[in-house]
Design a protein around this ligand. Structure first.
Ligand SMILES: [Zn+2]
Length: 379
């Protein structure tokens, strides 16, 4: 099975690269415009309609294909969003961002990027990036105005898991329950703290000055994200290491868990809370998923309904007590509610199989059947 990771570094675009980024942005917008006018979203249809019209751009033809492919994704997302909200804005690329899967090479610590047909431009890679990609097959290059990111691939054998670990994400912690062994919690409150600082900076600006406020929140938002990302990277690394040591697959809730985070507490602005929480919730799952897949560990998603309210022993609805404890009126079990949720997620992965396996894992690894789930529980 092919699995992917990516690594990035800062860089300063030369005038040629800046020109290439701008050409790509224009081509992307051309493709989007044509796609909207002709009402096509498939790669093949858009290629037929748009390719010839991109001839005014004097760039290597690799980029035309990549622009069409990128536009296809954007048009599909737009079509999906429009079904939910008919007033959604038509897509238009403002910021430069280029992704290519073709034509580039790595040589002597440099990325050699085609610009026109038969003309390449070098970009030097830093030590960290060179060391990280060493030995792996490169998949794609993404450039923005200040970042260069490389995606690389690895071939792994998917593990036959001995069991699963269930993961429950809350605002301040992530709780991990394994088939065998004690429950573990990773503290994420530092990530929550960072958000408060950010909120304070933002609130110094007057409501009327929306434009400045947006700019500032963008800049601080970026720093904020990077800080939270570090904290999440640490937690996701430990979780995947544990799963690997135990030879276990990973079970998480399907992303509707965001709603659970919305409700808890109200000391942050609702708008910001929603954005940051849903982002960091998804980001932790994303990190756990790609790190696990890189190790060949299966990742499954279970239905979240009732995981935080039902007894993980007998399935009865539990009664809340103080200090985040729950008590089951039926069997008398008393347990921390995060621990209970993680156990429910784990049990669901074993008992019912998964709602959906992630990405390629879906093809490679069928959901555990009732039979195998039972035998796993027994072991
Ligand atoms: Zn019970």
């Amino acid at each position: 099975m092919q699995v992917f990771k990516s690594v990035w570094q800062h860089y300063t675009p030369t005038p040629e690269i800046a020109w290439l980024l701008e050409q790509f942005r224009q081509m992307l917008n051309d493709c989007i415009r044509i796609g909207l006018a002709e009402n096509v979203t498939s790669l093949k249809a858009l290629s037929l309609k748009a390719y010839n019209q991109l001839s005014r751009h004097d760039v290597a033809s690799y980029y035309k294909l990549c622009a069409i492919s990128a536009a296809t994704g954007i048009l599909r997302n737009y079509r999906k969003a429009k079904r939910k909200n008919p007033y959604v804005k038509e897509p238009y690329a403002r910021r430069p961002r280029l992704t290519t899967c073709y034509g580039f090479k790595i040589r002597d610590g440099e990325l050699s990027l085609p610009i026109h047909a038969k003309e390449h431009i070098p970009i030097s890679l830093n030590q960290h990036v060179q060391a990280t990609i060493g030995g792996f097959r490169l998949r794609s290059v993404t450039l923005t105005a200040d970042r260069l990111s490389l995606a690389y691939a690895n071939e792994v054998q998917q593990l036959q898991p001995r069991g699963f670990i269930g993961i429950d994400r809350n605002l301040d912690n992530v709780t991990v329950a394994a088939t065998d062994g004690p429950v573990q919690q990773h503290d994420l409150s530092e990530a929550t703290q960072a958000k408060v600082v950010y909120r304070d900076v933002r609130s110094h600006f007057k409501r009327s000055d929306v434009r400045i406020r947006r700019e500032v929140s963008g800049k601080y938002g970026q720093k904020q994200r990077e800080k939270v990302q570090q904290i999440l990277h640490h937690a996701s690394k430990l979780i995947v290491e544990e799963a690997k040591a135990k030879q276990c697959g990973i079970a998480m809730e399907k992303l509707t868990g965001i709603r659970k985070l919305y409700r808890r507490g109200n000391w942050q602005g609702r708008w910001y809370r929603g954005c940051m929480n849903s982002w960091s919730y998804g980001e932790l799952q994303r990190q756990i998923e790609y790190k696990a897949r890189w190790e060949g560990l299966p990742v499954v998603y279970v239905h979240p309904h009732g995981t935080s309210s039902k007894c993980s022993i007998c399935g009865e609805r539990m009664k809340p007590e103080e200090n985040r404890m729950l008590r089951c009126p039926s069997c008398g079990y008393r347990v921390d509610r995060d621990v209970n949720a993680a156990r429910n997620i784990l049990a669901r992965a074993l008992r019912f199989g998964a709602v959906g396996l992630a990405g390629e894992a879906m093809v490679a690894e069928p959901a555990p059947t009732q039979q195998s789930a039972k035998s796993m529980r027994g072991s």
